[in-house]
Design a protein around this ligand. Structure first.
Ligand SMILES: NC(=O)c1ccc[n+]([C@@H]2O[C@H](COP(=O)([O-])OP(=O)(O)OC[C@H]3O[C@@H](n4cnc5c(N)ncnc54)[C@H](OP(=O)(O)O)[C@@H]3O)[C@@H](O)[C@H]2O)c1
Length: 330
């Protein structure tokens, strides 16, 4: 089958694209940069287009002849972007893709949202019908992207929304790497008491979910939280990372709010320089405060989702990749 993966040279998209190529599909990728895996994916036969999901003509062209669209591209990692950029990519880009997919007879559309639409979870574990309470503009626009979907339902295309939790695994050159690097130093400064819950999803488990969502005839119009089997406190998480890195870790607990205030001030100082990320920002500090613990019962029951890789195995594979790439040396 011909399958379009937006964000397909990014972290999650490159894993999904590899899996689709392994299964003999024709993979078309739309991403706004080449990323770490461009050469590998190209050599394996992926058709790669560098451009934006908010380019209406381009998405119209790339959806022609596709059976499935996996829509993962998002304005996400960069923090200091004008709000309009988040809106254009995460909301309008989603609308253009849905529109083009429908026009071109695409059969299945999988939209990658985020568990972040639920914000700080008050009643754990949260399910898909927990309150929607995004805590930043990125999360807000991911939910606005979800809200575009109903007008495209029941017009001959199956649409499934996945809300992954915190994705980790080999190939992520940013978020978990920061954590691994900090733990690798042997001393970890924990803002707050380290008791907030964190719910990871190992990349291969998530890719399984994308396939289940696309392959089965179930899930039309539904939303699914996708996570690993268990969630952890932050102290448990960094301790587990220390274990796979074989580091004797000292965790130092520091008050949360002074660091959060410093992040707010740093963001304000960087505001006049769009495109340059501040070294400290609230989304990063909020990581220590927000509770993220979710139920995956709906995905298990309706899609047959079964996260096979647990934390220790996932962290070990991730650590091995970071070591091979020399990322933990600096
Ligand atoms: N990572 C997580 O923990 C997490 C958790 C929940 C949900 N998600 C969602 O999962 C998806 C994939 O995340 P990821 O961690 O794999 O992120 P990623 O590595 O940043 O991948 C996303 C890719 O999309 C590209 N992109 C951004 N704007 C684009 C545009 N206008 N047109 C085409 N491509 C564009 C990005 O390029 P640039 O780098 O140049 O922006 C990047 O290569 C996203 O939808 C994200 O919202 C992620």
């Amino acid at each position: 089958m011909r399958i379009l993966v937006t964000g397909g040279t990014g972290f999650t998209g490159s894993h999904l694209s590899r899996r689709l190529l392994d299964r003999g599909n024709e993979v078309v990728i739309l991403d706004n940069k080449e990323g770490l895996f461009y050469e590998e994916l190209k050599n394996r036969g992926a058709e790669i287009y560098i451009g934006s999901v908010s380019d209406r003509e381009l998405v119209e062209k790339l959806t022609v002849g596709c059976h499935t669209v996996h829509h993962l591209a998002a304005a996400f990692r960069q923090v200091n972007l004008p709000k309009q950029v988040y809106w254009n990519v995460n909301v309008e880009g989603t609308r253009y893709l849905l529109d083009a997919a429908l026009n071109n007879g695409v059969k299945t559309f999988v939209y990658c949202s985020t568990c972040g639409v639920h914000g700080d979870v008050k009643k754990e574990p949260a399910s898909e019908d927990a309150p929607i309470a995004p805590e930043d503009y990125y999360q807000y626009t991911k939910y606005e992207g979800e809200k575009v979907i109903p007008e495209f339902l029941n017009r001959g295309m199956k649409i499934v929304t996945l809300r992954p939790t915190a994705i980790y695994g080999p190939g992520d050159p940013e978020r978990f790497l920061i954590l691994f690097k900090l733990v690798n130093k042997g001393r970890f400064f924990m803002c707050g008491r380290g008791r907030a819950h964190y719910h990871p999803v190992y990349i291969d488990n998530l890719v399984d979910a994308f396939q289940l969502a696309a392959d089965s005839d179930r899930g039309n119009g539904e939303v699914y939280l996708i996570a690993d089997e268990h969630y952890y406190t932050l102290t448990e998480l960094v301790t587990a990372i220390a274990k796979v890195l074989q580091i004797d870790l000292k965790i130092q607990y520091i008050p949360f709010w002074p660091v959060w205030t410093a992040a707010l001030i740093t963001e304000m100082v960087y505001k006049p320089f769009p495109g340059i990320d501040p070294p400290l920002f609230r989304r990063r500090v909020d990581w220590f405060r927000q509770n993220r613990a979710f139920s995956i019962e709906k995905a298990k029951k309706e899609l047959g989702y079964d996260p096979k890789i647990g934390l220790e195995e996932g962290l070990s594979k991730t650590a091995r990749w970071y070591r091979e790439k020399g990322y933990l040396d600096s």
